[in-house]
Write a protein that binds this ligand. Structure first.
Ligand code: ASP
Length: 606
């Protein structure tokens, strides 16, 4: 059993060249988190990684780790010097099996930080199953190394407790989602990855076809059209936990491929979809140890903008209040555009400098900020009494008034102004969040936002574009507005928001080919265009498509929030960097010239 000593390489690095043991028919008796004081005296065989090692000469201590926990193992030279000598070769992250008996630790050596901390395994057998080069970073939760190093050696990063907790939570959440949806009568059905473009507002990743030179598949931005066609196919309740691909300029926390809980239902209205999702989320959150209670509050997009200046309000912070009517005719009223009162509770006194920061932030957003309620109270006593009444703002609360101080945008003046006020509200709240625990990460405030506008003005293209996607149904009463007043045309679409994060969105779909044609028209597609891109959908709808609707929720973000992380990369096993690269396998990468030739591709420049 005895191994050979280490070799020293020409570069001075030590390389272990032990004679390794075979697993053979060894079987674990327990995992590394299992043994307790009442196992005293019993025999156990554990396998795992060497988390930590202390060699005190006659005594060698190992912390043996697997995904379930850590157990202390001790080799005593006095018991068996051969075994002890073998154990001397063991280093950090070696993979070993040890067998021995369980002993209680003496009172002063109990480790209260480990569930197994009352015992240790006194080893009388050891198998070194694999050696390891020195790990590039320790397996600790609080690491001071860059994310780059972690991602380069992701398989090692994944061994860390915190990552293992996150990835396991993700698995538990996915399982609960599946269970709940199966229980609610859904079928899990796969849809193709190599397909035709499905627009969700991003660029497609495309795959060149070798057998049909010059043509390309697109990776799906979502299974949207396929799930609708499954409804035409009569499946009634479909779901999939599915990868979606979007080639976007990556902002800090986006991934080019990400996972959605995607579902679609026939013969339903909005409320039916909400019921399914609420039941599913109760289960999914419970699987992660969190409690949420349905039904979730609902507000319209208009209410969200009027009270929060954002379509994904974080309701852990109080709304703002519109007060322009109160100040009409006064010197501080703003040209008929919104004026708001923002309250951040229990902030207490803030310094001149802090006030200036709030003002400066407001200015950046084209807002005039009135940060001195005392002065306002002196100049506008009646109005301010009303403001205090409406907002309930006390002496201890931060009270700001703000209004729009720039030329209004031609298409959506009010929305623009409200958005800026919403940003100021968030800025102020986040700035003081720590002072009074406003933004408790363990508080899960769900919210449905409904009745989004059907269209958004795209200033770059100078045209209306679909706010959700072009398959979204219009409110029955607003059908005529499609062509006469697109700005006020409401969609049967909804978002589910959690603590200010848009977790998912969905809609009741257009199930009639003639209406779908009309919406394509309103979006500026010529009939030929629409036919070319979506002919198969239009044709599908024309064969008795049932009324249907659905939703998709971002699994990555959901688990991120549940795990208390701030980056989705920490809940994805093999994520890409913010630049869309995989540092571990170095993707994207070049490909052999021959492959390019076979695909009929040449590049002008690399
Ligand atoms: N396909 C949509 C999306 O990915 C969700 C939906 O409407 O169901 O955002």
């Amino acid at each position: 059993m005895r191994g050979r000593p280490y070799n020293t390489m020409s570069n001075g690095e030590q390389q272990y060249s032990l004679k390794l043991d075979f697993l053979g028919d060894l079987k674990r008796s327990h995992h590394c988190g299992a043994l307790r004081a009442n196992d005293e005296g019993s025999r156990a065989l554990l396998m795992g990684w060497v988390h930590r090692r202390r060699d005190l000469g006659g005594l060698i201590f190992l912390h043996l780790r697997d995904i379930h926990g850590i157990t202390q193992v001790v080799f005593r030279a006095e018991m068996d010097s051969d075994i002890h000598a073998r154990a001397e070769h063991i280093r950090g992250e070696f993979v070993v099996a040890v067998e021995g008996h369980v002993e209680k630790r003496s009172a002063e050596t109990i480790n209260a930080n480990l569930p197994t901390g009352e015992i240790e395994l006194v080893a009388d057998k050891v198998w070194i199953l694999n050696e390891s080069r020195p790990a590039p970073f320790p397996m600790e939760d609080d690491l001071s190394i860059t994310e780059e190093v972690r991602l380069k050696h992701r398989y090692i990063d994944l061994r860390r407790h915190r990552m293992q907790e996150n990835i396991r939570m993700r698995s538990a959440v996915s399982f609960a989602v599946r269970q709940s949806l199966y229980d609610q009568g859904f079928h899990e059905i796969e849809t193709p990855f190599m397909t035709r473009s499905t627009p969700e507002g991003a660029r497609d990743f495309i795959i060149p076809s070798r057998l049909s030179l010059g043509n390309f598949y697109a990776l799906p931005q979502s299974p949207q059209i396929f799930k609708q066609l499954l409804m035409v196919g009569g499946y009634e309740r479909y779901f999939q936990i599915v990868r979606c691909f979007r080639d976007e300029d990556l902002r800090a926390d986006r991934q080019p491929e990400f996972t959605q809980i995607d579902l679609e239902m026939s013969f339903v209205q909005q409320n039916d979809v909400f019921g399914v999702i609420e039941a599913m989320l109760e289960k999914a959150f419970a699987a992660a140890g969190a409690t949420v209670k349905a039904p979730f509050p609902r507000i319209t997009y208009k209410q969200a903008m009027d009270s929060y200046g954002i379509d994904k309000p974080d309701t852990r912070i109080p709304p703002f209040h519109r007060v322009e009517a109160l100040f009409e005719g006064t010197p501080i009223s703003g040209n008929g555009l919104p004026m708001v009162a923002i309250v951040v509770p229990k902030v207490g006194q803030i310094s001149r400098k802090e006030r200036d920061e709030l003002k400066a932030y407001g200015q950046e957003k084209s807002l005039r900020v009135f940060d001195d309620p005392k002065r306002l109270e002196r100049d506008f006593p009646e109005q301010m009494a009303k403001v205090r009444e409406i907002t309930g703002a006390g002496e201890d609360d931060l009270l700001l008034l703000a209004n729009w101080a720039a030329e209004p945008d031609e298409h959506l003046p009010e929305r623009e102004a409200l958005k800026a006020c919403g940003q100021l509200r968030l800025f102020a709240a986040q700035k003081y969040a720590d002072r009074h625990k406003l933004l408790d990460p363990k508080q899960f405030n769900f919210l449905w936002v409904v009745d989004f506008p059907m269209f958004e003005w795209d200033p770059e293209d100078n045209r209306w574009v679909a706010a959700h996607h072009p398959f979204t149904s219009v409110h029955d009463q607003d059908l005529d507005l499609l062509t006469t007043d697109p700005a006020n045309c409401r969609a049967k679409s909804y978002d589910i928001v959690l603590n200010g994060v848009e977790l998912g969105s969905g809609s009741i779909r257009i199930h009639r080919a003639d209406v779908q044609q009309k919406v394509f028209g309103a979006l500026g597609f010529t009939p030929e265009d629409a036919q070319h891109r979506f002919g198969f959908l239009l044709e599908g709808l024309s064969y008795g498509a049932p009324p249907h609707g659905g939703i998709a929720l971002g699994l990555d973000r959901m688990v991120m929030i549940l795990a208390g992380e701030t980056s989705i990369r920490d809940v994805i096993a093999f994520p890409k960097t913010a630049k869309g690269t995989d540092l571990m396998c170095e993707a994207p990468s070049d490909v052999p010239e021959k492959l390019l030739r076979d695909l009929g591709l040449t590049f002008l420049r690399r």
